[in-house]
Design a protein around this ligand. Structure first.
Ligand code: MG
Length: 380
């Protein structure tokens, strides 16, 4: 029985993680979780899973939940996230929060010796060097939950790193795959939120439409697999059946395939190195699909991908700026404050203006993150 602490229970990865725990009551138990402001969902989760610790976002909600569930330990705010991440009875932390807010809880959980199932890619983008350094120091496994990274992780089982030629991340192309840049000028939030293959949260769906999601994943892959950017490629694959691949020196390519269902990579992170049945997932019927398509990525069409490679190669505080500017710009787009193409304009401005600093400590990363968001807000 593995005891799980879940950060970000109300998001798309969070609810699917709960679904996996629900399907395997003899293998997993929810020990602790955090939610944002969705108190109705928090109530349902407490009643169904009976965890020992719950963290909510605000002090007001803390008082409400505490009064309703006197037998459950309740906490709140940034401290609550950390308490949930390091909860002593949990074996594994599923970090499914959105954005760089997940960084500090992740670092603290690593120090507490927790195995980390990481869905929170912004944490690796903004401070991958700190997370990996801490994980190595404390000998804590970092298990990928992102479908592309889970695919690469699976393809690498039993393989030696020295034999890798390159990693190939596949990209569906997002909601606007078949549109030209001219056709993107007046797209709406609703159109951007309509992803063809994956059902995901709002932020990641917009990131998929701008291709920033793939850019963040390139940086995530750089850290998780200790791979130079020159050896990480992105390939357009509109069906999202091949979730990613690894090419070896002898020209062999190993790919992981499946229907697009995030429960598969989430469950693999929880069961690794074992596997459990997942009856709810649809089996892949290749004969029915018939053919798969691939296409070279255009860096002119998807400028955010170029920004991400460039920020990643520059390193230091540059990926922090990339991520913070993106988070602020996507939030502004979702609130109807800017147009779609302005997302990349704002990110570019923030990147051009920044003088990168090498080997930043946590406090500097937090400062650069905050300052970049303020800069983007000042441009709105
Ligand atoms: Mg992904």
């Amino acid at each position: 029985m593995k005891l799980i602490s879940l950060l970000g229970a109300s998001g798309s990865i969070g609810t699917q993680t709960l679904d996996i725990i629900r399907q395997h009551p003899n293998d997993f138990k929810l020990a602790a979780f955090s939610v944002g402001k969705n108190i109705d969902l928090a109530r349902k989760i407490i009643l169904e899973f009976r965890p020992e610790l719950v963290s909510v976002q605000t002090k007001g909600d803390y008082h409400i939940v505490k009064a309703e569930f006197p037998g459950t330990k309740v906490t709140y705010g940034d401290e609550g996230l950390i308490e949930t991440a390091v909860f002593d009875k949990a074996d594994i932390l599923v970090n499914a929060v959105l954005g760089s807010v997940g960084l500090n809880p992740t670092l603290q959980a690593i120090e507490a010796g927790k195995t980390i199932a990481i869905a929170n890619k912004e944490t690796l983008v903004t401070a991958g060097h700190l997370v990996l350094e801490a994980a190595r120091k404390h000998q804590v496994p970092l298990l990928p939950v992102d479908s592309e990274h889970s695919a690469i992780f699976q393809a690498l089982q039993g393989e030696k790193d020295k034999n890798i030629e390159r990693l190939i991340l596949t990209a569906s192309g997002g909601s606007f795959r078949d549109r030209t840049r001219e056709e993107l000028v007046d797209v709406t939030v609703e159109e951007a939120l309509n992803h063809p293959n994956w059902s995901m949260g709002a932020k990641i769906t917009i990131d998929s439409a701008t291709m920033m999601n793939k850019g963040l994943e390139v940086i995530e892959a750089h850290w998780l697999f200790n791979m130079p950017y020159e050896k990480i490629d992105v390939l357009m694959h509109k069906e999202s059946i091949i979730h990613s691949m690894v090419e070896f020196h002898d020209s062999s390519i190993i790919a992981q395939l499946g229907t697009p269902d995030m429960r598969v990579p989430i469950q693999f992170a929880l069961t690794y190195p074992d596997r459990l049945p997942l009856p709810a997932a649809n089996r892949l019927a290749l004969a029915k699909i018939g053919s798969l398509h691939f296409q070279e990525m255009s860096f002119e069409r998807f400028r955010c991908l170029e920004f991400a490679y460039s920020a990643g190669k520059t390193g230091g505080t540059m990926p922090t700026v990339l991520n913070a500017a993106n988070e602020a710009a996507v939030a502004a787009f979702l609130q109807g404050k800017i147009k779609f193409l302005q997302i990349e304009e704002l990110i570019e401005k923030a990147l051009i203006r920044h003088q990168p600093i090498e080997h930043p400590e946590l406090s500097l990363i937090q400062e650069v993150d905050k300052e970049t968001r303020q800069y983007v807000h000042s441009l709105l």
